[in-house]
Write a protein that binds this ligand. Structure first.
Ligand code: PLP
Length: 800
């Protein structure tokens, strides 16, 4: 959008005065931020209105991405960038003596998600709009986001994230689009005399679902999609039975808290209620729009909408859509089922068995009696149809209801036309192992969609310096098409370009060093290798392997302080689920290892360890650009894709990693020698599982280095470490090291040594860094969402 600096300054000053009855001399940052957001909103409002009009008039098919989590981070700069106003606004504010970056600090980091899953949903939102695809989000407007993490005495402490306290300027409450969602009570079916079974209800608990719309603005185009988030409220006319405080409390609880469990299944009733709440509300709104407003033929609804089930949390989309079609819109069962399967599609995000969602039949029956009936009927009909065709064992293994439980992945696969994994390796594992029985029955439904990242946020916003250097080198086309970065390859031997890249990295390291000093009080050497592991804390991600290697480096230096080592700064950022005891113990250990090393004068600035608290999207935007090395060291087969690996690659960071998830595709794309690969392969891991012959204790006893390090966890070497040291020691030596940390240790040490060797050759390192950037194009989520659009949703981009 064309906006002159003059116009902006005028609009901004006016808004500040009209909104807060103040002026520039007296306004605080909160007021400046609110006034600025309000001006920006004014700029995009018309584009939003006309794009909605365009969508309605053309009647084009739209996709709806149902996700129980989104992790957008801050929106101010991203909106400005996408509107093409970042520079104008920055300069306009400068004229007033205001720093845009200072204003941006006021915005809370919107964290209504845990980690990769929610961040992927938000990257998709940006990419859908930026590629002109009509694709919208549907989720929950949690009153409290993911907890804020404090580190106290080395321990994680969780504080509430009350992110809405100062309001949210980007959202629009649409009270007129509210719908009702019902729970519990009784339901029975009665024949209406024409052979139709009509449900009748009694004593249902009603909840009002109110949508809040947040615009998802495309990058320099005219597309504005919608992220719809639902808030639960008490309906106006309440049955006397429910006029009590307990009901009021429960109703508001429904959209109060995000479950802080990244991948563990949490069986509480409230979670099931949340899942049905946003699924039912979202589908009702969609159907109202198409049937009520647009007057489309309900029997052809699959021509107009696609609904995506992001992991199994929205799996109730399948029976709820059936309920709406059959009960509310009078579509016959068979037609409704065909339609549902055509509309729905599903992404699997993990094979960790503790993350596979199952709900007790009894619970579903009580909370969602009609949905329960429909699930039973889906299961019954399918079983009757398939038994004669494919035999008892395949049918049994793939049933939705088994052993008194409802299997949400099974429901999602059976009720949709597409099941995808999120990286090649992961999708192959689904087909060959984890979902093999389903693959035998529905081979055509399985496909891969390797994850991606919204490159605009992760380089144009997070790393303006690097972005500028790339512009100088190859022009600006890469800002619209990340594949264009391949032009950088022509500069692989150009000393000037390599020097500029090094300089940019160095400046980003200085910026992070300043932040570390401010937050942690630790002074780090900007010439050191910045070696970063940032992601949720989980045993399978193996932060422990990193920590054990740090101990090795430390003991090497203790033994020989003159050792010729490239200085290193290890940087961690990670939240642990509050109920995940083991993960929290690892945080404690890392912090105590850090205290020991950072306070030991003998290692000086050759080794520093920094744990940055409260890892979130904004912190990621500060840390990742400054990383020389990114740690992607999960046990092969456990990390479905990973996306921070892609953010690092985009920022010229070299990866040290296992052959897991998207790492494999990253290593392949970047080319040999440009990253550091180590560890067991997926096949080797599965071979151990088959033979049951892994013995961690043997490694502990036979490898003197491992022996020394592990003993340090329990012999008092690390001051202030408590039972956590023993707990971790035991997990490795007594409970046989579930994630093969000790098995991969030696090869990891080898890869780390290779890395250090390359770092001593700055030119070679810079070349490898350049090759990572040059080959990152396919990891743009623009590519990913285009594949979803073409292969799964059948939606088309708007022509500009
Ligand atoms: C990208 C991102 C993640 C996902 O990181 P992985 O290393 O892929 O698990 C998690 N949290 C935040 C804040 C992110 O930006």
């Amino acid at each position: 959008m064309k906006l002159s600096k003059k116009q902006f300054k005028q609009d901004f000053e006016e808004r500040l005065t009209s909104k807060f009855a103040t002026d520039l001399t007296k306004a605080g940052y909160q007021e400046i931020y609110d006034a600025l957001a309000s001006v920006v909103k004014h700029y995009y409002a018309n584009i939003w209105v006309s794009d909605n009009q365009y969508k309605d008039e053309t009647g084009k098919k739209q996709a709806y991405y149902f996700s129980i989590e989104f992790l957008p981070g801050k929106m101010l700069k991203s909106n400005l960038l996408n509107l093409g106003m970042l520079k104008t606004v920055r300069e306009g504010l400068e004229d007033f003596g205001i720093e845009l970056d200072e204003v941006a600090k006021v915005e809370p980091d919107m964290a209504i998600g845990n980690g990769g899953l929610g961040r992927l949903a938000s990257c998709f939102m940006d990419s859908l709009a930026s590629t002109g695809l009509p694709g919208n989000g549907n989720g929950i407007r949690y009153r409290y986001g993911l907890f804020k993490q404090k580190i106290i005495d080395g321990y994680q402490v969780e504080l509430p994230d009350s992110w809405l306290n100062n309001g949210n300027p980007w959202e629009v409450r649409r009270a007129d689009k509210a719908v009702e969602v019902t729970f519990g009570g009784e339901v029975w079916l009665e024949d209406d005399g024409k052979g139709n079974l009509i449900p009748h209800y009694k004593d249902q608990e009603r909840v009002l679902a109110v949508p809040y719309d947040t615009p998802m603005i495309g990058y320099e185009n005219t597309t504005v999609n919608n992220m719809c988030l639902w808030r639960s409220e008490v309906p106006e006319e309440l049955d006397p039975k429910f006029q009590n405080l307990e009901y009021m409390r429960q109703t508001s609880m429904l959209s109060a808290e995000l479950y802080p469990d990244d991948s563990n299944y949490d069986g509480r009733l409230l979670r099931l209620k949340q899942e049905y709440f946003f699924v039912s509300a979202g589908l009702q709104r969609i159907l109202h729009h198409y049937k009520g407003t647009q007057k489309k033929d309900i029997r052809r609804i699959s021509d107009y909408i696609a609904v995506h089930i992001n992991d199994t949390h929205p799996a109730l989309c399948v029976p709820e859509f059936m309920r709406l079609l059959v009960d509310d819109y009078g579509v016959g069962w068979n037609r409704a089922w065909d339609t549902t399967v055509k509309v729905m599609s599903y992404t699997n995000h993990t094979i960790l068995s503790e993350a596979l969602e199952k709900w007790p039949e009894e619970m579903v029956k009580q909370l969602l009696p009609r949905i329960y009936q429909i699930i039973v009927e889906i299961d019954r009909r399918r079983t009757a149809e398939l038994l004669p065709k494919i035999g008892a064992s395949l049918v049994h293994n793939t049933r939705i209801i088994k052993d008194g439980q409802i299997h949400m992945a099974n429901l999602s696969i059976i009720g949709s036309h597409s099941t995808n994994g999120v990286a090649k390796l992961h999708s192959d594992l689904l087909k060959d192992v984890e979902l093999h029985d389903f693959y035998e029955i529905y081979p055509e439904r399985f496909n891969n969609k390797t994850n991606g990242i919204a490159d605009r946020r992760w380089i144009q916003i997070a790393n303006e310096r690097l972005s500028g250097i790339i512009d100088e080198t190859i022009g600006k086309s890469w800002r619209h098409d990340l594949d264009e970065l391949k032009l950088l390859k022509n500069f692989k031997d150009d000393e000037k370009t390599l020097e500029k890249l090094q300089k940019a990295k160095y400046d980003d390291k200085l910026r992070l060093a300043a932040l570390i000093k401010e937050k942690n009080g630790i002074i780090v050497n900007p010439d050191a290798i910045f070696d970063v592991q940032v992601k949720r804390l989980h045993a399978y991600k193996r932060q422990l392997l990193n920590a054990l290697h740090i101990l090795k480096l430390y003991f090497d230096l203790k033994e020989n302080p003159e050792l010729d080592r490239v200085p290193r700064v290890f940087i961690f950022g990670a939240k642990a689920a509050p109920s995940y005891h083991y993960a929290k113990s690892i945080i404690k250990c890392i912090n105590e290892i850090a205290n020991m090393i950072n306070n030991d004068q003998t290692v000086k600035d050759k080794l520093k360890v920094v744990f940055m608290e409260n890892y979130n999207v904004s912190l990621a935007e500060m840390i990742i650009p400054a990383a020389n090395v990114g740690e992607q060291i999960s046990l092969a087969s456990k990390e479905a894709s990973g996306t921070s690996n892609m953010k690092f690659m985009l920022n010229g960071t070299l990866t040290i990693g296992t052959l897991d998830g998207a790492n494999i595709e990253i290593f392949e794309a970047a080319g040999d020698g440009n990253n550091f690969v180590f560890g067991l392969t997926k096949d080797e891991v599965y071979e151990y599982y088959r033979n049951g012959n892994y013995n961690a204790r043997d490694i502990f006893e036979q490898n003197p280095v491992v022996n020394r390090i592990l003993n340090a966890l329990i012999d008092g070497t690390i001051p202030n470490i408590k039972s956590e040291g023993r707990e971790i020691f035991d997990s490795l030596t007594v409970y046989n090291d579930e994630y093969f940390v000790l098995r991969d240790f030696n090869d990891y040490v080898r890869a780390q040594a290779d890395l250090e060797k390359l770092y001593r050759d700055p030119k070679a390192w810079a070349q490898a860094s350049l090759m990572n950037i040059a080959n990152v194009g396919r990891f743009s989520s623009d590519r990913t969402v285009k594949e979803y659009a073409d292969d799964i949703w059948y939606i088309k981009a708007k022509k500009e």
